[in-house]
Design a protein around this ligand. Structure first.
Ligand code: ADP
Ligand code: MG
Length: 728
């Protein structure tokens, strides 16, 4: 009997629900662990407080004031029982990093004190030699530094004060996800503000907003621990699908199991204290799959909050004896996980630029931003695809799973009709009648609630959902900074071009502002028709149609990533001053390396469990059957034996067949891996891992999964899908 597996099941099924204390009304405790406006006013001098406010607008903090800010921050933290501080940052590994230092120090005379000064707040040098840097920084030198990002407030986690920082090399290149994001957000602010001024001169700032939706699986920690593949790769590499999966749709939006609900409540309490405005929780489509979504926020803060959330989710899960799986495809045969990125633009006057409204004037503003987004996506679909490419997401995009690898835009029936009408706008100057007609009957008629709300088409990777765009192809493990940097940069570039075109028509062709805008938008509508798609994104027909339209369809990560370093992408990033060539090339290299490493680890783990779990178990069972056959041979005559032992003989043969195949494929895979490891060029190495190594995974799995349904359940060592997915 496979004791480890059964002990794990026993443990998982006898868990008590962990008690969660309610902390009171959420509005009263929200942000209690954040050095927010309220605590800053309480703990900082007015000058220091003003310095932080100025810094949020990009004004440098002077040294002396930094001392006062540090002092106030330390006092606040100590008042909450904090002992350590850390610069908290998001290196290119995609996770978060921290190195804790105690406030505690001894003075020259040996007297103990709690200390934290301005330079410790503002800048720090972590020993960063082992963070990926794609050749930017000589790893032996380990010279990168972290610097405080005052636009994202410091927070307390456990007994540590965490200070959000950027991570930069001494030569000035960004080594993290945050730095380019902040630059992209500046770029979109500048470009969008200029365009908004056509409609409202009072706008001084435009903020990109992000509301992510985080999908995840929960597996009992004892069960997860019984699966080496889950522990090392975050997903199951083997496992026959359970008889009951998600066919009955009985999990989606169903009642949340108590143990899970308590986990969610505990998690939400932590989030609320940390100022993460969590709002929605529900079951997702697959068994044991769930989703959490917050109220949207300014993008930089939302990105930090998502990264922080993922950390918090893992930590809180420990208390509830769960393991959280963020992998895009932890289980074969049921839905994978994504992280929808809802994105919009908001003015400092409180207007959502992607929200249609009642007046023709503001709807023209809406259409301007709406159509420019379509144009930005149309012109940069490959770059957008590259921003969500990863080994994990490869299992969703292009692999018979939502959404497809083809980037297209869904806008719904009503807006399709509006664009159709705008396409017919006269070239050049408009007659007064046409202007009135446009204003009253086209622009003025967009209902402020779009009824055929696009939500019905869940197959689109980029959909307009009434008052925001929803980028659905982002993977559940992703740091939102990647796709958000790209989306905001291409939109900034697009808006800048738009402004130039409109101004030119006004200046050179003597057009009125509205005429010029209509003229430019009309051309955009004509140019971008290829990217619009309202049908079923999963269908074979769409794939063929997309090819005809010339849209890219990169199913494999190494191919998808290439757009990161295309001439066109580089030019945009440089023009918008988001990243330079070195930074882009470094990222490309790091992501290829990451891809290689992930597949390499999966290959190793798969080889291990196939040889150490599956084959020995199959042999053990085969021996039992052989004993049985031998016994039958003894007690039956030759004639009768044929009939009674036939099934068993077939089983013995089948087992041998699958074992032989697994053995052979594992050897072949290992050889391919060794060959790939010798390739020095990382692009070619990634291709080899993708096309030479990875295809073995499915083949090995096929034979192993067949054995799983032949071998006696009592002997099978790997916890099965039905146990992993239905125990909680
Ligand atoms: P679903 O996609 O699950 O049907 P909704 O469409 O209601 O859910 O909203 C999903 C997410 O969209 C929420 O996290 C919400 O914060 C976010 N969201 C709503 N408005 C905006 C906006 N203007 N900018 C960015 N995100 C937004
Ligand atoms: Mg959504």
């Amino acid at each position: 009997m496979s004791t480890f597996r059964f002990r794990a099941i026993e443990k998982a099924t006898s868990r008590e629900v962990v008690k969660v204390e309610e902390l009171g009304r959420k509005s009263l405790i929200f942000g209690d662990h954040v050095f927010n406006d309220k605590s800053m006013r309480q703990f900082l001098t007015p000058e220091a407080y003003q310095a932080v406010k100025n810094a949020q607008l990009g004004i440098k903090i002077d040294r002396k004031l930094a001392e006062y800010i540090a002092l106030g921050m330390k006092e606040w933290a100590l008042s909450k029982g904090v002992s350590h501080y850390t610069h908290w940052f998001q290196p290119l590994t995609g996770t978060t990093a921290e190195k804790h230092d105690a406030f505690f120090e001894t003075q020259f005379d040996g007297d103990p004190v709690e200390k934290f000064n301005g330079s410790q707040l503002v800048q720090q040098e972590p020993d960063a030699s082992s963070f990926p840097n794609g050749g930017i920084r000589n790893t032996f030198e380990a010279r990168g530094y972290t610097a405080w990002d005052p636009t994202s407030p410091a927070f307390i986690f456990g007994t540590t004060l965490c200070i959000p920082t950027v991570f930069i090399s001494y030569t000035g290149e960004a080594l993290d996800n945050k730095t380019p994001l902040l630059k992209a957000l500046n770029a979109i602010d500048a470009a969008a503000t200029e365009v908004v001024k056509y409609f409202d001169k009072n706008v001084k700032k435009v903020t990109a907003t992000l509301g992510w939706e985080q999908e995840y699986f929960l597996v009992d920690s004892a069960l997860a621990a019984s699966r080496p593949d889950i522990l090392s790769t975050g997903r199951t590499l083997l496992g026959h699908t359970a008889a009951k999966g998600q066919q009955l749709d009985d999990h989606y939006f169903g009642s949340i199991p108590t143990r899970v609900l308590n986990y969610m409540r505990d998690l939400e309490n932590h989030c609320i204290l940390l100022g993460i405005p969590v709002k929605t929780r529900h079951n997702e489509v697959a068994p044991n799959q769930f989703e959490l979504a917050p109220i949207f926020e300014e993008t930089n803060l939302a990105v930090d909050h998502n990264s922080l959330l993922m950390d918090v989710m893992k930590k809180v899960a420990e208390r509830h004896h769960f393991k959280v799986l963020f992998h895009e495809k932890p289980f074969k045969g049921v839905n994978g996980s994504g992280k929808h990125n809802n994105w919009s633009l908001a003015t400092d006057t409180g207007v959502n630029l992607l929200s249609p409204s009642k007046t023709p004037k503001s709807n023209m503003q809406f259409l301007t931003f709406f159509i420019n987004t379509i144009k930005a996506v149309h012109d940069n679909e490959e770059l957008l695809r590259s921003s969500i490419a990863s080994a994990g997401n490869e299992h969703r995009l292009g692999a018979n799973e939502a959404p497809p690898a083809i980037i297209s835009v869904f806008i719904g029936q009503q807006l399709t009709k509006v664009l159709e009408e705008l396409k017919g706008v006269t070239d050049g100057k408009l007659s007064p009648e046409e202007k009135t007609d446009l204003k009253l009957n086209v622009v003025g008629k967009i209902p402020d609630v779009l009824l055929d709300n696009t939500d019905r088409n869940r197959t689109s990777p980029f959909a307009f959902t009434g008052n925001k765009w929803e980028f659905r192809a982002v993977g559940s493990t992703a740091n939102c900074a990647g796709p958000m940097t790209v989306l905001n940069t291409i939109m900034a570039k697009q808006l800048r071009d738009f402004k130039n075109e409109v101004d030119e028509l006004i200046e050179k062709k003597g057009m009125k502002k509205d005429e010029a805008i209509f003229n430019v938008l009309r051309e955009y509508i004509k140019m971008t028709e290829n990217i619009l798609f309202e049908g079923d994104g999963y269908s074979k027909e769409w794939e063929m149609e997309a090819e005809r339209r010339g849209l890219s369809n990169h199913k494999h990560t190494p191919d998808a990533l290439k757009a990161k370093v295309s001439k066109k992408s580089m030019a945009i990033f440089e023009e918008m001053e988001v990243m330079n060539k070195i930074e882009m090339e470094a990222r490309y290299e790091i992501e290829l390396e990451e891809y290689v490493k992930r597949i390499q680890i999966e290959g190793r783990v798969l080889g291990d469990i196939a040889k150490n779990h599956v084959i020995p178990t199959a042999i053990r069972y085969q021996n039992l059957v052989i004993d049985n056959v031998k016994g039958l041979k003894e007690i039956f005559s030759d004639n009768e034996f044929e009939a009674v032992a036939n099934e068993q003989l077939q089983i013995i043969k089948k087992i041998s067949h699958h074992i032989a195949n697994i053995n052979m494929k594992v050897v072949e895979m290992t050889n391919e891996r060794k060959a790939a490891n010798l390739i020095e060029d990382v692009e070619m190495q990634a291709q080899a891992y993708c096309h030479k190594v990875k295809p073995y995974f499915d083949e090995i799995r096929y034979h192993s999964d067949k054995l799983e349904i032949i071998v006696d359940n009592e002997l099978w060592t790997l916890t099965k899908y039905r146990e992993l997915l239905f125990t909680n």
